[in-house]
Design a protein around this ligand. Sequence first.
Ligand code: SF4
Length: 513
Amino acid sequence: MSELAERFETHDPGEKQVAEKIRCDACPVMCYIADGRTGACDRYGNSGGRIVRMDPLTILDHAAETGASMVPFVAEGEAWDGELLNTGSRFVTAIGAGTTYPDYKPAPFIVSQEVEGVDLVTVVTEGIFSYCGVKVKIDTDRHLGPETAIVRSQGEAIGHVTTGEYGSQMLSLGGVHHLTGGSKAEGRATCDALLNLCNRKPVELTIDGGATIIVEAGKPPVIDGKQEHRMRVGCGSATIGMFATQWRGLVDEVVVVDDHITGVVSEHQAGKVLGWQDTGIKIIGRRSTPGRYFKVSEPGLGWGGTSISDPLSILGEWNAKKGARPGLSLLMVSTTGEQFAYYELDDELKPVEKPFPERLQKSVNLIEDNCEPALCTVLFIGGAGGSLRAGVTENPVNLTRSVQGLKTYVTVGGAPVYVWPGGGITLMVDVTRVPEGAFGYVPTPALVAPIEFTLRRDDYVRLGGYEAEIRSVEDIVAKGGEYLNPRRGTGAPSDNPWPPLAQLRRAASNGTG
Ligand code: SF4
């Protein structure tokens, strides 16, 4: 039994029809589907003896008001009356388009359109991505788990914690090893989590040796049951630099507690420049440079991403010879301004907490005001590899070269993508810019993502494109395609321009248009 067959019930290529069932060829599973039923992925069904794509083809309307609800242009089974519903520019996305699989045929839609006097072609297909994953950025200082720790969904390993960024923790999820290289349960759990994350649904993730988090693209993370609100203003050192002048004359010492770099204003360069007096403070941690300390505590869910709930635990003995004196005032604050406390030294030079003074409230509020809302960002990352390109051109490497040469503009559901330099077509897209519900899956397991390639018609013909298959937008709206699904229009997201415009303008400014 092959690895593929172990995962689900699959079929060998054979008769197209077996008894009353017909075969769907849109992925390697090759489901036999009875009339009125759908296949394993629910994306294709048998309607009256024909394979039908169950979701409508989505066409973005760049003239319509943004955020408009989706409206079918043509209800299933009805003839289109030939009237244009608007005169603005439309973009035929690959959402609901169908696929090129098994890659011997042209893409489901190859659309021509004249834009700003240039004849363009958009090649539209739903790609099956076994080599794909998501990068998740979680805006928080809180420690989610050690770097390289396993991230789990439904108890299965689906990725790992990767290197943190400024004010954010990063996860790398999915990829071909989790999708296809582990157990059947691991592949399914990975595919499920990726699909939900890409379709902007909440997903609960647990990190070995760390936190349980709920991640939803565009929403604040929920960490161990607590919603995160703010992304820090900067590290402890940067916070000292930004606010040192605000504190001058109001307090004798300020410590900004941070898991990465804790700052101490009297020792910090910013404090020195402003003439701050020594206070005899002692921080328990590894001194990096004056007023900047690493490792004041273990990472955790406490102040500034440390594990501490009592900030005094990072202080040693106060030194009278270096400026400590009874009555000396001390502000301790976290990098988001969420935690703060005020102390004064007693006669034994021990800090004693006092009511928080009104005069310092403004500076703490300012830290909070300067923090951005904490969000989860989900970037889909996938390689548009070997086979998918064959639906665009008979000579697939030409497409790679054209993308790399910036002659072909790539979009995912009409959203702009970042294409990685180097070999292949490896792209990243922010899932919040892709129309909702655009991602699907097949149980091989792999994700299905819409992908569109737009380029000048003459370039398309030159790179070996399927010229005979080119159709107008109007013809596609009127007649649809081989998968017989209706078409629906929706207002394009306001931050996504009509996709090829950026390409056209870049080409014009380079003198290559
Ligand atoms: S899993 Fe979906 S795409 Fe694949 S053969 Fe079955 S119905 Fe078709």
